[in-house]
Design a protein. Structure first.
Length: 131
């Protein structure tokens, strides 16, 4: 689904690798040991730059927490939305040095998603509020 979503991304960026990590590996790459801190327990995906390659990394367990008891359409919409959100982070690449800069980057990715894909932005917003 991430591969298909990349094809509808309206901007030219180098195609990232798409990876699915378990929660322990996901936490490790976020710079944590094996336990996610509370504010990252609801982060279903992140952008990772490693070895001159952009990657979008997903955490299956966290995604499942968002979409449990949802229709197939809602589940697919959520995965498309988080994929696009991370693709916007790649497009809008900035160095982030602190929490405030991270929040600005999140807002920019959310605004871009809402401008280009309002229906998917709404799915992301609705499901995010329920966690």
């Amino acid at each position: 689904l991430a591969e298909e979503t990349y094809k509808i991304f309206p901007y030219k960026i180098r195609k990232p690798a798409f990876k699915i990590f378990n929660k322990e590996l996901f936490a490790k790459y976020l710079g944590k040991d094996s336990e996610l801190p509370p504010h990252l327990k609801t982060t279903p995906a992140f952008r990772l730059h490693i070895l001159n390659q952009e990657c979008v990394v997903f955490c299956k367990e966290i995604i499942n927490n968002f979409v449990k008891n949802k229709s197939l359409e809602e589940r697919e919409g959520f995965v498309k939305a988080i994929t696009l959100h991370e693709l916007y982070h790649i497009k809008l690449t900035k160095e982030i040095n602190n929490k405030e800069e991270a929040l600005v980057a999140e807002d920019e990715a959310n605004i871009s998603l809402a401008e280009d894909f309002p229906e998917l932005a709404q799915i992301l917003s609705d499901l995010s509020q329920n966690i």
